[in-house]
Design a protein around this ligand. Structure first.
Ligand SMILES: [Zn+2]
Length: 339
């Protein structure tokens, strides 16, 4: 048996669900099985049941802070090129924990349970190849995967320079739907702060500045239209932002039979706020990625959880978001290109 085959979870229940193309339930079954056979995972999901949260209300939306000590490794991860090149990649088959097994999705990906959860069920979807984290080539797959795991899960992509903890190994995350506040709030936020730059019966594209975040929101049932739109936006964003290796962004995507895809793009200016790099007692350990930008901010240290208030939260999210000038420029160009 090849090493890779040992890591594939298979039993009659999973096989049956996969035959029916019910990958969301297959994911659930994998989750339950891994929970029983992997003590670290059981401990960490148990701990998640008792995490403390606090919420802040803005006019039309909510931000939530989750005190989650289990996320300390990820939040404080050093992701510079030198460190990444010299560590063994934790998403490659040969380095997966002995207990960890997964399900193959769409031939090129493996669905794995995340043993350091934020959501009640939290998965990593890793490429079977060790290849860099880039969205341009895999955006279509990202859409297909979010469709495959609907109706139970939403999909996440973190750019290599703004939140991905393995920028050298292509991966997405999937989490229990409606766990991130913006999933509930996005239509209201769009109504109140959004400018629709393109709308017809097939696709709607909106630009939203809600005072904290700069968001492009795309809604469509048509995959090829979504891809075309995203490609154009990516090209424009590339020209305007000039960050390497791709413009900084976090994506949050869900699929619904009735409405199709809803894609939220958070445009970023930097990975971590200045306070991340301060010495204690001024240091605040937050490292915003898609989940945080979506309104579920993770603090692995109690002192930060206690100290963060509404104003500070606003300041952090603003600081790591693209500035209004460049956001407007992108909006103008997208408007001209899409219409
Ligand atoms: Zn790898």
């Amino acid at each position: 048996m090849k090493l890779s085959e040992e890591k594939i979870f298979i039993d009659p229940v999973i096989q049956n669900l996969i035959d029916q193309n019910d990958y969301a339930s297959a994911a659930d079954h994998l989750f339950e099985s891994q929970l029983k056979s992997w003590p670290l995972m059981e401990t960490n999901y148990d701990a998640l049941k008792n995490v403390r949260t606090k919420s802040f209300w803005f006019d039309d939306f909510k931000l939530k802070i989750q005190f989650n000590p289990g996320r300390i490794i990820s939040t404080s991860a050093i992701v510079d090129e030198n460190t990444i090149t010299n560590r063994s990649c934790f998403l490659c088959f040969k380095n997966l924990p002995e207990e960890q097994k997964g399900i193959i999705l769409r031939d090129n990906f493996i669905l794995l349970c995340n043993p350091y959860p934020i959501f009640p069920k939290h998965f990593t979807i890793a490429s079977l190849k060790h290849e860099p984290q880039r969205i341009s080539e895999y955006f279509g797959e990202f859409l297909e995967l979010s469709k495959l795991l609907s109706p139970k899960y939403a999909l996440i992509y973190n750019g290599p320079a703004c939140g991905a903890s393995a920028p050298d190994h292509l991966h997405f995350q999937a989490g229990t739907k409606q766990s991130i506040p913006i999933e509930n709030d996005i239509q209201q936020i769009k109504n109140d702060y959004g400018k629709i730059v393109r709308e017809n019966e097939s696709i709607t594209t909106s630009f939203i500045n809600d005072g904290l975040r700069k968001i492009i929101f795309i809604e469509s049932e048509d995959k090829s239209l979504m891809e075309k739109s995203f490609r154009k936006i990516l090209k424009i964003y590339e020209d305007v932002s000039s960050t390497e290796p791709e413009p900084m962004m976090n994506l949050l995507c869900s699929y619904d039979k009735e409405f199709g895809w809803r894609l939220i793009i958070f445009l970023r200016s930097k990975h971590r706020p200045d306070c991340f790099f301060y010495d204690d007692p001024d240091k605040i350990l937050v490292s915003p990625a898609a989940i945080d930008m979506g309104g579920l901010i993770i603090t692995p240290r109690n002192e930060d959880f206690v100290r963060i208030d509404k104003e500070f939260l606003q300041q952090i999210i603003n600081e790591v978001s693209i500035d209004q000038k460049r956001f407007s420029l992108i909006e103008e160009k997208v408007k001209a290109e899409l219409n």
